[in-house]
Unconditional design. Sequence first.
Length: 264
Amino acid sequence: MTLPANGRMAVYDQPNGPFRLVGYPLRPPAAGEVLVRNRMATICRSDIHTWQGHRPGPCPGLLGHEIIGDIVALGEGVTEDMRGDSLGPGDRITWSEYFIPGSNYFSDVLDLPQKSRGVDKYGHMAATTAPHHHGGFGEYCYIVPRSWILRLPDVLTDAEATPLNCGVATMIAVTEAARIRIGQTVLIQGLGLLGLYGASIAKARGARAVIGLDSNAERRARACRFGVDLALDPDMEKNALLHQVHGLCRPEGPDGAIEVCGAT
Ligand SMILES: [Zn+2]
């Protein structure tokens, strides 16, 4: 295996500051690691929030946590993914947004590994932190131990697969927690990416009607291609809005409501 000496990445030095390209050295993956050449990363809304300084982000910051990539090399001991499928160089994979320091109460007892003390996330660290390549806005990424890797089936395109580990995973968890069942009605506030996934997954779980609320007309139109049966503008007259929602959700309104607009 011959690696290039360096891999490039785009970093920013302060909130709202410009991005610049920097290179950091590459090394073979250590035991338990996987070195990936990134194929695609999204700009998640939370990347934008971090860059805008709405939440803390160390600088020089390397963003991008919805990532897929091709395996360049496997570190010692890594042979299969979280499902038991074999892993080898060239395989296209996704992986968990976060990695945890080890077995702990939050992961083992509460089944909330993402809340473990000492959790770290891809695309959330300073580029100066070794092994430097740990975000989507770069050419390479080291997947470190205590991450979860999934080999991607060919049926998914890159664009479909890239948001799996954040946007899709979030809405799978939300619709499970909301226990949306066959025949129910669901109201979704906010028709951005999370709202679209929420609508699609609610329908896949058997919801008979999904109502979406968003003040953006373009988003409302698009949502109707993703399982929303009725898209309404929340700024319309309140009684008319309630009348329309209740008209589709007899007898007593929506069985479940999902809030993903994020506006206070
Ligand atoms: Zn995200």
